[in-house]
Write a protein that binds this ligand. Structure first.
Ligand code: NAP
Ligand code: MG
Length: 403
């Protein structure tokens, strides 16, 4: 059989620890036998980030801007204990943070549903995608404690030196103050990324905030979304048969619980932080989540939602067998290959990506799974297999489906 050709390379960002091991196996066992894989390779493993003084992370983000599609392995975000372990000269920043800032992207996370793993909310029969705004609010705050009473004011000095003042509070005793901000440009980018993604996935988009209480701040989010929707997306949404829906965050939470899923929920930064953990936990496992960073200009970076699975890696280094779930990393590859195929009009590549996902899900639904899923699956004839045996079981099904 001829291998599937690729017209444009993917940007490949290799990573760390157990996921780096899985990365190589996924390529060798599932992809290279079928695809004449073309990638521009960047090693984001911590040792190489140290060697290049983190330039490799910046280079990989630049390459993503150039080619439009990247696939990223999980990477270590160094903390104090990593400093001696990797002999680091600096506590390098999170690559995800660097890449997100350079692409000005929004992260979309979607659960992968399989038979035998029932969400804690059993009526959620379709996935709920959370889109989290990744700039500003409480994550870029300024805050202080004040003591003994006094006056707190909000002061804005414009470009001409004119001041606008508003009283925050007249303190009679001790208290706390916090200053938040966001940017029209960042909110607009977030809105466009969400509208584009909804069109791409042909799913309804919900957006929620607390504009009844925050009549300027949250209301600005609501207005920007509505203005962009009316001007640029309304017709496209109608043509695609999908809708845009705004509601208050508390109403959204209630509706989400009562829903069957199957939509995209755009959240402000803090709401997205909290709700993505709730939604992913309710669906079962971080190892069964896809995650993609989408820029307002339509650049895509696919990754797994979980980390480098350090505990399993140390077992692997000791020569012990691991049972690490590779599904999210496989779906990062299939997502990237499918997007590359769509952009290049390469139907064969898109079809391969679909079949790879089907083979992966079929393996788990046939009862062959890694330890994390074995613990929660309700299938009767289930079998826990090693990291590599799981990939080989997928390869068998992939081979049958590719015939
Ligand atoms: P983690 O790698 O997500 O793993 C935490 C635990 O969750 C694991 O010990 C394992 O539980 C379970 N788990 C996660 N993914 C799994 C999988 N694919 N298969 C089976 N079990 C899985 O989080 P962490 O241990 O807190 O972080 C390790 C490193 O990852 C850190 O250096 C962190 O900076 C980095 N990180 C990177 C990213 C990213 O690049 N996107 C995201 C988060 C964290 P058991 O041990 O109970 O089996
Ligand atoms: Mg969180």
């Amino acid at each position: 059989m001829d291998k599937i050709r690729m017209n444009t390379p993917l940007v490949e960002m290799d990573g760390d620890e157990m996921t780096r091991i899985l990365w190589q196996w996924i390529k060798d066992i599932l992809i290279i036998p079928y695809v004449d894989l073309q990638t521009e390779y960047y090693d984001l493993g911590l040792a190489h980030r140290e060697e290049t003084k983190d330039q490799v992370t910046i280079d990989s983000a630049e390459a993503t801007k150039k080619y439009g599609v990247a696939v990223k392995c999980a990477t270590i975000t160094p903390n104090a204990t990593r400093m001696p372990e990797y002999n680091l000269s600096q506590m390098w920043k999170s690559p995800n943070g660097t890449i997100r800032a350079m692409l000005d992207g929004t992260v979309f996370r979607t659960p992968i549903l399989v038979k035998g793993i029932t969400p804690y909310i059993p009526t959620w029969t379709k996935p709920i995608t959370i889109a989290r705004h990744a700039y500003g609010d409480v994550y870029k705050n300024t805050e202080m404690r004040v003591q003994g009473g006094g006056k707190a004011e909000l002061v804005y000095t414009d470009a001409h030196g004119n001041e606008t003042r508003q009283l925050i509070h007249e303190f009679k005793g001790d208290g706390i103050i916090q200053g938040l901000h966001n940017l029209d440009s960042s909110i607009s980018g977030f809105a466009r990324a969400c509208f584009n993604y909804a069109l791409d996935r042909k799913q309804d988009l919900w957006f929620s905030s607390k504009d009844t209480i925050s009549k300027q701040y949250d209301h600005r989010f609501k207005d920007i979304f509505q203005e962009i929707y009316d001007a640029e997306y309304k017709e496209k949404f109608e043509a695609a048969g999908i809708s845009y829906f705004y509601t208050l965050i508390d109403d959204a939470v209630a509706r989400v619980i009562r829903s069957n899923g199957g939509f995209i929920w755009a959240c402000k930064n803090y709401d997205g932080d909290v709700m993505s953990d709730m939604v992913s936990t309710a669906y079962g496992s971080l190892a069964m989540m896809t995650s993609v960073l989408v820029s307002p200009s339509g650049i895509y970076e696919f990754e797994a939602a979980h980390g480098t699975v350090q505990r399993h890696y140390y077992k692997h280094l000791k020569g012990e067998e691991t049972s690490t779930n590779s599904v999210a990393t496989i779906f990062a590859w299939s997502g990237a290959l499918r997007k590359r195929g769509e952009l290049d009009d390469n139907a064969e590549l898109c079809k391969y990506a679909d079949v790879l996902e089907r083979a992966t899900i079929r393996t788990i639904e046939d009862g062959i799974m890694t330890g994390d899923l074995y613990l929660i699956s309700t299938l009767e004839h289930k079998q826990k297999v090693s990291s590599k045996a799981f990939l080989e079981a997928i390869a068998e099904r992939l081979s049958a489906l590719m015939q």
